[in-house]
Ligand binder design. Structure first.
Ligand SMILES: Nc1ncnc2c1ncn2[C@@H]1O[C@H](COP(=O)(O)OP(=O)(O)OP(=O)(O)O)[C@@H](O)[C@H]1O
Ligand SMILES: [Mg+2]
Length: 233
């Protein structure tokens, strides 16, 4: 990473600051090192692209940033707080309120409606029953899915599922959106629209987006592109 990429914007503290991050997986055959000494800084108002070949550790890095997976080594501060030292409850709070995750597999509640899928994170975050519908409808509007609100998630197309997954990540108004190939199944127009929403969200200057993508057009719309290869960012 270049020095320029590391320097914070004037007066803007980092939202995410990761140093010396290493992740090893142990399996029957031994230990594999997926991330080696990764450093990454993200400022609110940025969209960062993470690229790299299949198996290079992109999802692993996002899981660590979302506190879904502990690193083997390294430090991670979020808005100045050492989040790796939080206890289980503190980490769960962090995931509920600060992070919007778009999983590579979409991971929707299959036998539930689109509405219920978006309501779930709001219930977890303790959002009032009365204020939930407006937030859910607003998030669905952003991804052009207002007409599917009571649809069963099973009956959505692949691209629609992906858009619901994006809406679900936005609904809580998180500080960071961690999106794992959020446009992998979308056509050009819908992909660009997802990027438009992300860009609108970061324009507030409060939120950042980290997006894993294989699509150079998507990466080109990000503030910076980082590439993972052989565990190195
Ligand atoms: N729980 C695990 N135990 C052992 N190895 C794992 C585990 N999870 C992931 N790996 C390995 O770590 C490497 C990185 O996986 P990861 O899912 O982060 O890759 P990726 O860059 O997201 O790939 P893709 O583009 O295919 O989604 C892969 O080689 C994978 O097989
Ligand atoms: Mg992946």
């Amino acid at each position: 990473m270049s020095k320029a990429a590391v320097a914070p914007k004037i007066g803007r503290p980092y939202l995410i600051e990761v140093r010396g991050l290493t992740k090893e997986y142990r399996n029957g055959a031994g230990v594999i090192t997926v991330l080696r000494d990764v450093n990454l800084q993200v400022t609110p108002g940025e969209i960062i692209a993470i690229m790299g070949p299949s198996g290079s550790g992109k999802s692993t890095l996002l899981y660590i940033l979302g506190l879904l997976l502990p690193p083997t080594l390294g430090s991670y501060t979020f808005a100045g707080q050492d989040v790796l030292s939080l206890d289980r409850r503190g980490q769960a709070e962090f995931r509920r309120h600060k992070v919007g995750f778009v999983f590579q597999s979409c991971d929707l509640l299959e036998n539930s409606t689109v509405y219920e899928n978006l309501e779930f994170p709001l219930i977890y975050a303790g959002e009032d029953r009365q204020t939930r519908p407006a937030k859910i409808l607003a998030a669905l509007e952003r991804v052009n899915l207002s007409h599917r609100v009571y649809h069963n998630a099973n009956h959505l197309s692949g691209g629609e599922k992906q858009r619901v997954a994006v809406a679900r990540a936005l609904v809580n108004e998180p500080r960071v959106i961690l999106a794992d190939e959020p446009t992998g199944q979308l056509d050009h127009d819908n992909s660009q629209q997802i990027m438009d929403y992300f860009q609108k969200i970061i324009a507030t200057g409060e939120t950042a987006v980290v997006v894993v993508t294989h699509d150079p057009e998507i990466a080109a719309r990000c503030s910076r592109i980082h590439t993972l290869r052989d565990g190195l960012l």
